[in-house]
Design a protein around this ligand. Structure first.
Ligand SMILES: NC(=O)c1ccc[n+]([C@@H]2O[C@H](COP(=O)([O-])OP(=O)(O)OC[C@H]3O[C@@H](n4cnc5c(N)ncnc54)[C@H](O)[C@@H]3O)[C@@H](O)[C@H]2O)c1
Ligand SMILES: [Zn+2]
Length: 347
């Protein structure tokens, strides 16, 4: 499923040779057009005709409206069911492009070539595709696997630091829920540079891949990947709605701090370990200013989250570094306490 690309992208050329799609559509945003597409096109040896489709960068464009425009463009190019969509970009491109591919003509094949750290370690893997609906994250989507994921870590050379750090949050999450050694390796990194992080990308991908293989439709263990995301997604949606979208990983880092504290309050993890985790995350990530959002707003968003049912908010929480429980229903009182705890860090 995951293939690591050599400098000449030979693995991609072999794949295309075998698949023989009728046409290729390469979906990029303005940044991946500039920084990543030349490398891809420079190595593409295929005779198969291709088109480049560019959208503006940013989460704001991960919408049903953009998906509709892309369906329209595919139809105008007379894309048939044997075409291939190559998603070349971060999580926005792979989520959106995967969604469009999995719905256009009831589904055409697609591959992901992630170009952000978050895309490599998380979004490109696992077959969740989708778009946001009225600022609610990933409300519409499908479970559809890409034919393949191609990894080329050097794409990260041009990724801004803030985006690199965003992906690092998901890597830390993988360590916390599944592998204490991975966590230790990651926190030994002082400077978050692409060179320092690259050696650990494959382990992070593997953790995600293993969890997804056990539970593709998120009925049980896949829920552990939502650690930090129940509170994180609610806050991310509020920032998005206020016109100040923040990188996904910053919301996840905030969510992991709150949900680590919650794990402690719910009696699942030692106070000492919880404090150590929280101070580590704080060492890498800025504290988000969430004063403008009321606790009720955040609570309501969590209650409406598609992962919750019957108004109970369920969490994936950690019991130690490297182990996790899921479907844990926490008390409203403890959830509110965690939000207060986070806000007080700002003072
Ligand atoms: N499907 C999943 O399982 C899953 C998992 C995690 C996150 N996600 C989704 O992923 C999205 C976030 O992904 P993201 O953080 O990659 O965001 P993104 O796709 O918006 O990329 C971040 C920024 O980096 C730019 N960029 C991308 N590659 C670059 C490169 N090589 N050099 C320079 N700039 C580059 C982009 O243009 C963009 O401005 C969110 O929508 C989130 O919901 C999905
Ligand atoms: Zn995430």
């Amino acid at each position: 499923m995951i293939s690591i690309l050599d400098e000449d992208f030979s693995q991609l050329n072999v794949f295309l040779e075998q698949l023989k799609p009728s046409k290729i559509f390469i979906l990029v945003d303005e940044n991946t057009h500039q920084y990543c597409l030349p490398k891809l096109l420079g190595n593409l040896e295929s005779e198969i005709p291709f088109e480049i489709i560019e959208i503006e960068a940013g989460e704001e464009l991960k919408t049903v409206e953009t998906a509709a425009q892309l369906w329209q463009i595919l139809a105008e190019f007379e894309a048939d069911r044997k075409c291939l969509i190559i998603n070349l970009g971060g999580g926005v491109i792979t989520d959106l492009g995967g969604f469009v591919a999995s719905t256009y003509k009831r589904g055409v094949k697609f591959i992901n070539i992630p170009t952000t750290l978050l895309g490599m370690c998380d979004a490109s893997i696992g077959g969740k595709t989708g778009v946001d609906l009225s600022f609610l994250k990933n409300m519409v989507g499908t479970f559809s696997l890409p034919e393949k994921i191609f990894l080329y870590p050097k794409f990260l050379e041009t990724l801004p630091f803030v985006e690199l750090r965003s992906g690092f949050a998901e890597m830390l999450k993988h360590g916390l829920i599944a592998d204490s050694k991975h966590w230790e390796d990651l926190i030994s990194i002082n400077d978050l540079t692409f060179e320092n992080i690259t050696p650990y990308i494959e382990r992070s991908m593997q953790i995600k891949q293993e969890v997804v293989e056990k539970d593709f439709r998120e009925e049980n263990i896949r829920k552990t990947l939502n650690f930090g995301h129940t509170i994180g997604h609610a806050v991310e949606s509020l920032f998005l709605e206020s016109g100040k979208a923040i990188p996904h990983g910053e919301a996840v880092a905030m969510g992991m701090i709150c949900e680590t504290k919650l794990s402690e309050l719910e009696g699942l993890i030692d106070e000492k370990i919880s404090s150590q985790i929280i101070s580590t995350i704080n060492h890498y990530f800025p504290t988000l200013i969430i004063e403008n959002f009321s606790e009720n707003e955040i609570m309501n968003l969590m209650k409406n989250d598609k992962k919750n049912s019957l108004q109970n908010i369920h969490f994936s929480l950690i019991t130690n570094i490297g182990s996790c429980v899921f479907y844990h229903s926490a008390s409203d009182k403890n959830i509110k306490f965690c939000l207060e705890y986070y806000k007080n860090q700002q003072n």
